[in-house]
Design a binder for this molecule. Structure first.
Ligand SMILES: Nc1ncnc2c1ncn2[C@@H]1O[C@H](COP(=O)(O)OP(=O)(O)OP(=O)(O)O)[C@@H](O)[C@H]1O
Length: 343
């Protein structure tokens, strides 16, 4: 079932230059000093129930703007956006019962109160049945390890504790879709792991649709099944994580430790980026098919003491996909890539 539908979405912000009183009055009848920023430019995608999508991109790519439009905080300038068939900015209340949101730098918990009190408030707002509320709170507080800390005023909690308490708040009303905008920002490795573990569990157990924005690709690797890369308001790439991992567009790196002082470079290596330092021969970007050939050739011409093969990890592959597509995307001036990998 399709839960999110975005068609030709464009968002233009008006940024005002200069803050003097004169300029502010002038703006009442003239557009002088008004600068338009196109944060999203003709973006289209859809998301099905139960999908877990990672939205990535460099600073200013348009990730937060997308999330704000999907949650109804902002209105699109052009295009059609539907969440559960509703227009998010017009049916915010209706949609709020079915969505949850976590913004890494904002909180929906009352600062001076224990999170537990805010949970009670959310229960009333969302009209959650007493028994269901208790069951959910027991489950989330256990998985998020907040049983004790949820009774302390939120202002006394550490960043990681606050974020765990925040996640609990976002899930208590049983949302079907949850938006997370940089939830791991500033978290230490243990808090981050706990949070990602929670998201994975909730995704598998409760089949919640998760839309996650982050700068940390390991978050996406852990939680998301699909990746959308945004760049300057356009979609550069949209494919499943499996497709990303199965492309060995980014080759491996092979490092040979040689006994002979003068390395003999076979033809198969000459066609690849390679470097020699002391008795190490480093060969980069070796495609999956070429690995056996390079190994055989280097071994036949040299006395090899050791070999290290570094396969590209998820981060390398995504980085490469971004770099390969960004220039072509800008030249074409359109959403470049959708559906399958094959640059
Ligand atoms: N309220 C605003 N007024 C004017 N311009 C804005 C406003 N909010 C965002 N922008 C601009 O829109 C573009 C997209 O911003 P957005 O916050 O969506 O990017 P992002 O991908 O979330 O970036 P980051 O990773 O830095 O959080 C940027 O150029 C930003 O400067």
């Amino acid at each position: 079932m399709r839960v999110i539908e975005v068609k030709n979405l464009t968002k233009v912000y008006c940024a005002y230059e200069g803050k003097s009183l004169g300029r502010i009055f002038k703006r009442l009848w003239s557009r002088e000093g008004v600068k338009e920023v196109k944060a999203l430019d003709n973006v289209s995608f859809s998301i099905d129930l139960g999908e877990s999508v990672g939205l990535i991109g460099v600073n200013g790519a348009g990730k937060s703007t997308t999330i704000k439009i999907l949650t109804g905080i902002l209105e699109p300038t052009e295009g059609v956006v539907r969440v559960f068939g509703n227009i998010p900015s017009k049916h915010r209340m209706k949609n709020n019962y079915r969505i949850g949101a976590v913004f890494g730098q904002r909180t929906q918990l009352r600062w001076d109160l224990p999170a537990y009190e805010s949970y009670g408030l959310l229960k009333e707002i969302y009209n959650v049945d007493d028994k269901v509320f208790k069951e959910r709170l027991d489950y989330f507080s256990e998985v998020l390890d907040i049983k004790k800390i949820m009774h302390r005023p939120v202002r006394t909690l550490s960043l990681g504790e606050k974020m765990r308490a925040e996640l609990c708040a976002a899930f208590l009303h049983g949302p079907e879709v949850v938006f997370l905008d940089e939830p791991t920002i500033g978290l230490d490795i243990f808090s981050k792991e706990a949070l990602l573990h929670f998201l994975k569990e909730i995704k598998e157990e409760k089949k919640v649709t998760i839309i996650l924005t982050t700068h940390d690709l390991s978050d996406i690797e852990e939680v998301s099944d699909r990746i959308i890369i945004l760049d300057r308001g356009k979609i550069l790439f949209d494919a499943s994580k499996d497709e990303v991992l199965n492309t060995l567009e980014v080759g491996s790196q092979i490092i040979f430790t040689l006994k002979n002082k003068e390395a003999v470079i076979p033809q198969s290596v000459k066609s690849l980026p390679f470097s020699i330092s002391k008795n190490f021969l480093k060969v980069d970007n070796v495609s999956k098919d070429l690995v056996p050939q390079v190994l055989t050739d280097v071994f036949s011409y040299n006395t090899v003491l050791g070999v290290e093969i570094n396969y590209p990890d998820f981060k390398d592959i995504v980085k490469q996909i971004y770099l390969q597509n960004k220039d072509r995307g800008r030249k074409n001036g359109d959403n470049l890539y959708k559906g399958k990998i094959g640059f």
